[in-house]
Design a binder for this molecule. Sequence first.
Ligand SMILES: [Zn+2]
Length: 118
Amino acid sequence: MDRLVFHPAAAYDHEMHIGNFSCRHCDAEVQFNTSDFERHFLSKHSNLDAGMRRAFDDVQPVKDPWECFLDFRCVSCGAPVRITYNPKEYAMGSFYYEIASVLEPEEWDAASPRESSA
Ligand SMILES: [Zn+2]
């Protein structure tokens, strides 16, 4: 992840904060911007199936009620990824977002996704 802070106020300067995530398994790039983090703010929605979601929860439980996460699959190889981030209030009711961690499976074989999720 090449950017750790996503600040919505940057848009006032006609600058959208964009971060590129590169998949460690296939080098595919996924691009995120501030609105992706706004959309998942305090959302418990996951784009992963229950097994993978639980695997991430086991490794690093989401304890802090303010901690948010963004679950997705690599568009190219399908490897599951979880980005955790924290909203920071910089003005009343306005938040920017700071990336806390990026979780990825150490091994990923696109041909047998079921086994790797265990
Ligand atoms: Zn990939």
